[in-house]
Design a binder for this molecule. Structure first.
Ligand SMILES: NC(=O)c1ccc[n+]([C@@H]2O[C@H](COP(=O)([O-])OP(=O)(O)OC[C@H]3O[C@@H](n4cnc5c(N)ncnc54)[C@H](OP(=O)(O)O)[C@@H]3O)[C@@H](O)[C@H]2O)c1
Length: 241
């Protein structure tokens, strides 16, 4: 196992890419701190991680709330004493013409996707510094690398995550804190159904799976002694999206 005993804090772990990543990291030997808002879903993921023989802790957290983020990181440190890997994965989006998005939508999407990543990095980096190393993996999107119609605010939030990752990579790699981006295209999750799509529909056929993205998260997280993975860009086989 390539991540034996590593402590991973992962946001948005209750379903989709976050859940799949938690399980893939646990299969590599990591113990998991699972954060999201929905406690019953987190409890299920904790059970799945424990069934793999790893330790797991559910921390119900709204990632947009700075006090809740600080409390989540605090609980992880009390339980495990360190955080080796932080995966900023929680996110929301949607597909609507530009003029139909409200200011409240803007605040919610920017807070969930961009601000939350900043809040978690700010809370976790002091611990990584003290332990002389760590790894941050930000799950952004191809929508953070170029613009897509009907997704302007989402694209803004994801490009903020890209910029945050690039800045932190350059600021912290000499302190042995690696910062990686994983940028998926369309992935068949609850998130991707947000356009009035339904599961199993043609439009989703050829999308990546949550497990595909989880493998990219594991690859980014592996402790390569002489390299750091800066960005993994994924495209679904269905390029209609
Ligand atoms: N699916 C795609 O096509 C796609 C493509 C590229 C990138 N991504 C990115 O991948 C990440 C995961 O998305 P997914 O596809 O797995 O979507 P998903 O199935 O909808 O999962 C989203 C996760 O984020 C959590 N979350 C949302 N708001 C939160 C909040 N305020 N506080 C705490 N947790 C919150 C949700 O948990 P609770 O609701 O329980 O809080 C859930 O665990 C997102 O950052 C998304 O932007 C997705």
């Amino acid at each position: 196992m390539r991540l034996d005993g590593k402590i991973v804090l992962i946001t948005g772990a209750s379903r989709g890419i976050g859940r799949a990543s938690a399980l893939a990291l646990a299969r590599e030997g990591a113990h998991i701190v699972a954060a999201a808002r929905t406690a019953p879903d987190l409890a299920r993921v904790v059970g799945e991680v424990e069934a793999l023989g790893r330790k797991a802790l559910a921390v119900p957290t709204d990632v947009t709330d700075s006090d809740a983020v600080a409390a989540c990181v605090g609980r992880a440190i009390v339980a495990f004493g360190r955080i080796d890997i932080l995966v900023n994965n929680a996110g929301v989006g949607g597909y609507r013409p530009f003029l139909e998005w409200s200011e409240a939508d803007y605040d919610r999407i920017m807070a969930t996707n961009a601000k939350s990543s900043w809040l978690f990095c700010r809370a976790v980096i002091p611990h990584m510094r003290a332990q002389k190393g760590g790894h941050i993996i930000n799950v952004a999107s191809v929508a953070g690398l170029s613009g897509y119609p009907s997704e302007a605010i989402y694209c803004m939030s994801k490009s903020a995550q890209v910029a945050l990752s690039q800045a932190l990579d350059r600021e912290f790699y000499q302190e042995n804190i690696k910062v990686s981006l994983v940028c998926p295209g369309g992935v068949e999750t609850f998130f991707a159904l947000g356009d009035g799509r339904t599961a199993g529909e043609d439009k989703l056929r050829g999308f990546s799976t949550a497990e595909d993205v989880a493998e990219a998260v594991v690859l980014a997280a592996l402790p390569h002694a002489r390299s750091r993975i800066v960005n993994i860009v994924m495209r679904p086989m269905n390029e209609m999206t």
